[in-house]
Design a protein. Structure first.
Length: 257
């Protein structure tokens, strides 16, 4: 829309509506006199927020075609959809039950049971809303929150690139002369942390050190691949995503012998 991805815009609906409506619902469960005026509004807010969560998942999948899919954020988003949907159904049932209540002095057991289930679902939904929002923020901003670490990685990479052939860097597991050509799995395994992060994918070797601080899904996702054969992880995360393939190709330093 207007050149902007829809997902960052759509997520505001569930992030705002679900928590506000859920908290309002809990308040209405305990303050009976407000129910006739505001119960329907809280229920409607939950339904709209749940639809917003569904839209966020759908637009998030489309957005992932461009930047890759943050696995943890995607999983939490899906769980949030189901918990919010369950809460919406429970809220509607509670609203209909209390709306038809004839005894103004003592609510029936079934209404109280419905209230308890609704409160439990409110707690679960709030937890997953916070976790989903936090993981999304990490995916979007995780690569730019630590400027000093990013600068250190860039300086380290520049040292390797500028070193003359045959010289060795005291801080790197491999010498600069090893940054092109053919590598063994043991050499890849020696470069297994954020200061020098190599990984093999489909028989090629990549230096992902700079990508740690730039990865949209957060630095931890890349750090977990350092020194390993990351073929399965890459295929599971990105599949045949052409953009991800092009991005990865820029970090290729050789072949796995």
């Amino acid at each position: 829309m207007g050149g902007l991805p829809l997902h960052p815009l759509v997520v505001h609906a569930p992030v705002v509506l679900i928590p506000l409506s859920a908290l309002a619902l809990v308040l209405l469960i305990f303050v009976r006199k407000w129910r006739p005026h505001y119960a329907w509004l809280a229920v409607a807010g939950l339904v709209v927020g749940t639809l917003g969560a569904v839209a966020a998942v759908l637009t998030g999948n489309a957005f992932a075609e461009t930047i890759g899919l943050p696995a943890r954020h995607a999983t939490l988003g899906t769980i949030l959809v189901w918990t919010a949907a369950a809460l919406s159904v429970s809220a509607i049932v509670w609203w209909l039950l209390q709306h038809q209540e004839r005894d103004n002095e003592q609510e029936s057991r079934i209404v109280w049971a419905s209230s308890i289930v609704t409160v439990v679902l409110v707690v679960a939904t709030l937890i997953f809303t916070v976790l989903t929002g936090h993981s999304g923020a990490e995916a979007a901003w995780g690569g730019t929150t630590s400027q000093s670490e990013s600068t250190a990685v860039e300086d380290e990479q520049a040292t390797v690139e500028d070193a003359p052939a045959g010289s060795e860097s005291s801080s790197d597991p491999q010498s600069a002369s090893d940054t092109t050509g053919t590598f063994t799995a043991a050499q890849v395994a020696q470069n297994s942390d954020a200061t020098s992060c190599w990984a093999s994918v489909d028989g090629s070797v990549y230096d992902l050190t700079e990508w740690i601080s730039e990865h949209p899904g957060g630095s931890r996702e890349i750090e977990a691949l350092c020194g390993t054969d990351a073929t399965a992880a890459f295929q599971r995360q990105h599949g045949s995503n052409a953009e991800a393939q092009r991005e990865l190709a820029g970090f290729k330093i050789g072949e796995l012998g």
